[in-house]
Design a protein around this ligand. Structure first.
Ligand SMILES: [Zn+2]
Length: 434
């Protein structure tokens, strides 16, 4: 009942090791044969697929790549696929874009065909099953603004997709659809939560939402206070997911303790950002991923910039895929008067204040090292606010969380709507230059 594909989800370690090794070797051979990006990087380094016979060889011989390498290849050659493509472009079924938070959307080139044989749908279906969604259920689709619609995958599982626009600004209508069709699943993002907060006084959200078996939350981490509210006030069972470093998705399980990276979709490494050497389980390092399920445009030893801890221990949920705990993006660390501050530390402080409980904020920093912590914070303008008093309360809360003197914290307040307009699409960049 718990697992959609029990033989994969609970596979023993020896099977995981042997199948990952087989796929790693295949992907390396394929990329060397067909991908201009990898040829251009591996040939000068003397990397030959015949020399890669084990994960140890793979780690020792194959160079890292990152998003900038793909963009640089694209800009240099005009190849829209960044040199990654290993198939005839006509054989692709799907090109979708990321939200572009890092300034330039990433494109995902994939071949989707049916159930569980493409990175994005496969990542969803096991999770939907885990959340209790079953054939015949009506489900709301994600907005197609980026990463496309995935209703084909929903249909492949026997679900009935409700194709209405769930993007921000549309939730008054979405609530009517929920009332009439009683869907069992929807995905939420922070922008939806801001809108729902404003709709909440006029609707009985708890009653409307009682058809949901579960909801997912994506795009950003979910603050502890917001998760608690979603559960206690709106009665929602929330599962957060995140990107498996652009290779697919990584979901929370029923334990809500870390994100699983499916072992048959992605080969995980966690390395010291400075040396590239592996770090021990439980230590902080940069997540490096290799796609095992994308022969169209595989990412190989792709440095994600995400700082994580990881564990390969069997999860209490029974799944044997490794888990990661995301601590932030390496580039998002700000050093204030010599002290390192990460966005998640500020998050807790901002969402603990009633008027800013949606956790919308930006760290404004022209450079990584600054003398004062300058924050732009979005407040709920639908009720009366004493702005100077609110700014002082926020500064004190942030100073506590970041272990800084309150006089080094500057707060600039904007309405939530104004702050959202600074975002790319689904989220507000947590770090802004100005
Ligand atoms: Zn688990």
């Amino acid at each position: 009942m718990t697992y959609l594909e029990p033989e994969i989800e609970t596979a023993p370690a020896d099977r995981i090791a042997s199948e990952q090794t087989r796929r790693l070797l295949e992907v390396v051979r394929l990329a060397h044969e067909r991908s201009a990006l990898y040829q251009g990087r591996w040939d000068p380094a003397g990397v030959k697929p015949d020399d890669v016979q084990s994960p140890a060889d793979f780690r020792r011989l194959v160079p890292f790549i990152d998003k900038d390498a793909v963009r640089a290849f694209r800009d240099r050659t005009g190849d829209a696929f960044g040199g990654l493509l290993c198939v005839d472009p006509a054989d692709l079924t799907t090109i979708t874009a990321s939200s572009g938070t890092t300034g330039d959307p990433t494109f995902f080139n994939e071949m989707w065909a049916g159930l569980a044989c493409a990175p994005l749908p496969a990542g969803y279906l096991r999770a939907l099953w885990m959340m209790g969604v079953r054939p015949g259920d009506r489900v709301l689709c994600n907005a197609a603004t980026f990463r496309g619609w995935i209703e084909d995958a929903f249909r492949a599982m026997g679900l009935v997709p409700l194709l209405v626009d769930t993007w921000m600004g549309k939730w008054a209508e979405v609530l009517r659809v929920i009332e009439q069709h009683r869907p069992t699943y929807v995905q939420l993002m922070s922008t939806n939560l801001v809108e729902l907060e404003h709709l909440a006084p006029h609707h009985d959200l708890r009653k409307l939402f009682d058809s949901f078996k579960a909801v997912s939350f994506a795009g950003e981490p979910l603050g502890a206070r917001m998760r608690e509210r979603l559960s206690t006030e709106w009665g929602l069972d929330v599962f957060v997911y995140t990107s498996a470093g652009d290779t697919g998705l990584a979901w929370e399980c029923t334990e809500h303790d870390g994100y699983h990276l499916w072992w048959d979709e992605v080969f995980l490494e966690v390395v010291d950002p400075a040396t590239g050497e592996p770090v021990a389980e439980g230590e902080v390092g940069e997540m490096v991923v290799t796609s095992l399920d994308n022969d169209a445009a595989p990412l190989i030893r792709y440095r994600t910039g995400d700082l994580v801890r990881h564990s390969t221990a069997v999860c209490p949920c029974g799944r044997t895929s490794p888990r990661v705990w995301v601590l932030g993006r390496g580039g998002d660390e700000t050093v204030v008067a010599g002290r390192s501050v990460l966005p998640h530390e500020i998050w807790t402080a901002v969402e603990s204040v009633d008027e800013t409980q949606t956790g919308l904020f930006q760290i404004i920093r022209p450079t990584r090292e600054v003398e004062r912590l300058r924050l732009r914070v979005g407040y709920d303008a639908s009720r009366p606010v004493d702005l100077p008093e609110l700014a002082a309360r926020l500064a004190s809360s942030v100073a506590d969380a970041a272990r800084l003197p309150a006089e080094l914290v500057d707060i600039e307040l904007e309405t939530e709507e104004a702050l959202l307009r600074r975002g790319s699409a689904a989220k507000v960049p947590r770090v802004a230059k100005s």
